[in-house]
Design a protein around this ligand. Structure first.
Ligand code: ADP
Length: 259
């Protein structure tokens, strides 16, 4: 903000001084644009499943359909409602993060966070016969609350579970960097992400294959949530992917003391 004083003559011919404060609004404008963009995207994303639910429900009510078609339509309605609720859940997570005025620092043991996330996803991991390995030193801690690092790991590991064929290996590891950060890495040996899409996967609502990923319950918000959290702590995110698999990484501030 810029401040300045201006002297002018008032209606009685006296000198009067006013202080002018100029706010730099370019940042605010940018935020406002981002918000408008998000609202437009969200409305679009909500409309698609809602239209499907409405359309199929109407057809079920109005047309005489054989049992098989009825069951098929009901299944679509069910899947689309599940999608709607994951979308709402992701949006709530995002808005909670956005609402947090300042990043509170905390302390969290990295291995503990990884174990908790694997435990949370255990049912899906067993269902898809994945082989999950955790390679993290017991004494590695980060300077953020566990909620944040768990959310980062959850989104990465859940994607590896979701987007790779049954029975693949998933490795969660963490390295100490030279600076004051640690690097979390989630590696899978799925079929990878096409090169042209790699730089877009952290964008809100971006999905490599919209129709396939919608069926898998994806919203396209998971990785943008990760980016949001990590950058909020001054860290970075990225990926390396080829036909032999994908490694997603994130850096978070290291915590020397024991939590
Ligand atoms: P979604 O809710 O669709 O999973 P994300 O933001 O988490 O959204 O991921 C964006 C897209 O990146 C996914 O739709 C998927 O196409 C791709 N993706 C993410 N992780 C992986 C992975 N481990 N292997 C292959 N593709 C992935």
């Amino acid at each position: 903000q810029v401040m300045g004083a201006v002297v002018y003559k008032n209606e009685y011919g006296e000198n009067e001084e006013v202080v002018i404060v100029l706010h730099d609004v370019s940042n605010l404008k940018e935020l406002e644009l981002m918000r408008k963009d998000l609202v437009a995207n969200v409305s679009h994303e909500l409309r698609t499943p809602l239209t499907a639910v409405q359309g199929f429900a109407e057809t079920l009510l109005e047309e005489k359909l054989d049992e098989e078609t009825q069951a098929h339509f009901i299944k679509i309605i069910k899947n689309e409602s599940i999608r709607l609720s994951s979308l709402l859940e992701d949006l709530l997570t995002l808005s909670k993060l956005e609402g947090a005025e300042e990043r509170k620092t905390g302390c969290c043991n990295v291995k503990g966070a990884a174990l908790k996330v694997v435990d949370l996803l255990n049912q899906k991991i067993i269902q898809k016969k994945h082989n999950v390995n955790i390679e993290i030193d017991e004494d590695l801690n980060v300077g953020v609350y566990c909620d944040y690092i768990e959310q980062v790991l959850l989104n990465y590991v859940e994607n590896s579970v979701k987007y790779t064929p049954d029975g693949t290996d998933i490795k969660i590891s963490a390295l100490k960097e030279d600076n004051n950060f640690i690097r979390l890495i989630v590696r899978d040996n799925g079929s990878g992400i096409p090169l042209k899409d790699q730089k877009r996967v952290f964008e809100r609502f971006f999905r490599v294959d919209r129709s396939r990923e919608s069926q898998l319950g994806g919203t396209g918000l998971g990785l943008s949530i990760v980016k949001h959290i990590v950058e909020g702590f001054g860290g970075e995110v990225g990926l390396i992917s080829n036909k032999d698999g994908t490694s997603f990484w994130a850096t978070l501030p290291k915590q020397k003391e024991v939590c």
